[in-house]
Design a protein around this ligand. Structure first.
Ligand code: AHR
Length: 654
């Protein structure tokens, strides 16, 4: 997309003469209202669209342990015509019980014979950078050499390392590979050279340059895109993945701890959820497990918000429920999680955390009970969780579910029952057309101020329809989300948190669109919706400033939307302004109660048209560029470009 450049400073200077008529925004700059939750704007992470394996988790080898039901999925036997021998999958004497399958390469030595891995729809490698190869290897017969090679997508050899003197028992071998070229579709091969047989398992390749250079860590560019947003919280690990299509496939956090070799693979529910987007090679390795989620939160300064299964499988699938008399296991999981996150290093679960390298508590303050549940079966389960957790851990705020829709009968019932149960925070979800978001920008103005608070835990404007593969990340969608977010912000006394969903998608292997951030094996692309989230999160402010917006009817488009907050640290007034008209719109801003104003900044997100699909920030890091802004006084005019979102900071004093 040719995004229209940010308007030149001279135009945005806003020293435009004060106009008569037009829209007027009155900001009670001298009367700050509700305090804004410091963790108001966060992110929702789910292993959907190859978000974890093939995404955030930087492992480049798919099916590294040969544990997919088709053990050689992702692998190709390399057997040139001259090669004599075979590759078989075996389970006798594996190196780890949780990883029973391994491959045996038997070569007669006539030519190199072995396996090559395709990565997660392409293995991205960069010229000259270090890649940490490791594998479990056992020499069975002969004195073969193991050749580890990186091939480019065109078959060119990018790097070769030979491993000799292989031991007769299982042994972890390592090597550093430095590809001669950058390639988005590289392959990793392990080949036996010479006569002999070798067992291989847990074949792994990680970039050395991961987030914080942690071996076996997370993709640095993807984490950076999160860190750039300064999210207040990270909700994890989902999403429907928490529930599982049946209870045996639910997310069980205890199975995601300890050495990665011991984390048992589970099929990803998004593997088979959508017949129109099948992803047969989608499994959860749990290399990104609960410890890593907590660590990620700590790294980027976000509060952890884990969501646990409440004894209910996905109600869109089997709707299997755990009988109430067996619910204690689930409740115990929640209690143990609190201990894992916050308990002393000497406690049972605190010791597990400490053994993984983090003796200090993670400081978890919130916990979700169930994902997108609804109906009486949920409320009776939530009630039992809440009774125990509130008694043992009153310091933890519980997040409960309001179902999948923002206004249907299930939603109404959820609010009335959860209100009776004195729920802390209710998680509302909404995937709807941009119109819904524009027309619900005042939804929370009328909410009951007593009782549970709101967590808008999943929302995203859908350009076509929910779960439609043609949905795109249009500017219109982003603007409708921004308009809606002005409503969340104005009502920050009742809306405590919000997160867009889903977060990440692999361009080659997605199931759900739209998504906030798109990635391929080498790149990260930010969407207009990302820019909106970023601008809200980085301009959170501390107190809501009441606003009153009067605007003329008859504009082409949906009008203007506004909110304002006070940054107590700097004394700045921050304005968030959406112009959903298809023409530039003049707005007079009246900072009431401010005697003097100081220069500040202005940032504008705009595009060629509301249907523009990519972002001015893409593939750059953060939001559209920030410019200086010189208000003419406490009353000033600003020209808002057609179909745009603008954030203005000005210094103001009484
Ligand atoms: O965000 C995608 C899915 O939408 C989530 O997994 C689920 O909670 C919702 O239905």
């Amino acid at each position: 997309m040719n995004t229209r450049r940010l308007l030149p400073l001279a135009v945005l200077l806003v020293a435009i003469p004060l106009a008569h008529g037009g829209a007027v925004l009155r900001v009670q700059a001298g009367q700050p209202g509700a305090r804004i939750n410091p963790v108001m704007w966060g992110v929702f992470f789910e292993d959907i669209n190859f978000g974890a394996d093939g995404g955030l988790y930087a492992e480049l080898v798919k099916n590294r342990g040969f544990e997919f039901p088709e053990p050689l999925m992702g692998w190709t036997t390399i057997s040139p015509s001259l090669a004599k021998g075979e590759v078989t999958v075996r389970t006798d004497s594996p190196f780890a019980d949780a990883n029973p399958h391994y491959a045996r390469i038997v070569s007669e030595g006539t030519a190199p014979l072995g396996l090559s891995n395709e990565g997660f729809r392409g293995m991205g490698v960069r010229k000259g950078e270090g890649y940490a190869f490791s594998a479990q290897v056992r020499a069975v017969s002969g004195a073969p050499v193991l050749s580890v090679r990186l091939y480019g997508g065109d078959g060119a050899v990018l790097e070769t390392v030979e491993l000799k003197g292989l031991a007769a028992g299982w042994q972890r071998v390592t090597a550093t590979l430095r590809p001669a070229d950058t390639d988005a579709r590289a392959r990793l091969a392990v080949l036996v050279i010479g006569r002999g047989s070798v067992d291989v398992d847990f074949i792994s390749l990680f970039p050395e340059r991961t987030w914080r250079n942690r071996p076996g860590g997370l993709r640095a560019d993807m984490v950076q895109s999160l860190a750039d947003m300064h999210p207040g919280f990270v909700r994890f690990p989902g999403g429907c993945i928490v529930e599982g299509s049946v209870l045996s496939r639910r997310y069980q956090w205890k199975n995601t701890l300890g050495p990665v070799e011991g984390r048992k693979l589970v099929v990803n529910r998004w593997n088979y959820e959508f017949v129109h987007r099948p992803t047969p090679d989608y499994y959860q390795s749990f290399g990104l497990g609960f410890y890593e989620y907590f660590q990620l939160c700590e790294d980027i300064g976000a509060q952890p918000l884990p969501i646990l299964n409440c004894g209910m499988a996905c109600q869109f699938n089997s709707a299997e429920v755990c009988p109430l008399d067996q619910l204690d296991t689930y409740i115990q999981d929640a209690l143990d999680l609190v201990e894992f996150a916050n308990g002393p290093a000497e406690s049972t679960w605190g010791a597990r955390r400490a053994a993984m390298g983090h003796p200090e508590p993670f400081g978890m303050k919130m916990l979700g009970v169930g994902n997108e549940q609804w109906g009486p079966l949920y409320y009776e389960r939530y009630e039992r969780f809440a009774r125990v957790l509130k008694e043992k851990h009153p310091e933890i705020s519980l997040v409960s579910a309001a179902g999948p829709e923002p206004a249907d009968a299930r939603f109404g019932l959820a609010w009335s029952r959860l209100r009776e149960l004195h729920a802390d925070i209710i998680d509302e979800h909404c995937y709807a057309a941009p119109d819904w978001f524009f027309s619900n920008a005042h939804r929370y103005d009328r909410y009951d101020r007593s009782g549970p608070k709101v967590f808008m835990g999943e929302y995203a404007a859908q350009s076509v329809a929910t779960v439609n593969v043609k949905n795109r990340n249009t500017l219109e969608c982003a603007l409708s989300e921004a308009a809606y977010m002005t409503g969340l912000e104005r009502n920050a006394d009742v809306v405590r948190m919000a997160s867009y969903a889903p977060l990440f998608a692999n361009t080659e292997a997605w199931q759900w669109t739209p998504d906030l951030i798109w990635v391929d094996s080498l790149h990260v692309a930010l969407t207009p919706s990302y820019c909106v989230q970023n601008l809200f999160a980085r301009n959170r402010g501390d107190r809501v400033l009441p606003v009153e917006l009067s605007q003329e009817d008859g504009n082409s488009g949906r009008g203007l939307f506004a909110s304002s907050v006070l940054d107590e640290g700097t004394g700045s007034v921050i304005l968030k302004l959406v112009n959903a008209n298809h023409a530039d719109s003049r707005l007079t801003v009246r900072l009431e109660g401010a005697r003097t104003v100081a220069a500040g900044t202005i940032t504008t997100l705009e595009g060629d048209s509301p249907q523009s699909t990519d972002s001015p920030a893409s593939p750059g890091r953060a939001a559209p560029g920030e410019r200086s802004f010189f208000p003419s006084g406490p009353v000033f005019d600003v020209m808002l470009p057609a179909d745009s979102f603008t954030v203005i900071h000005v210094g103001a004093s009484k």
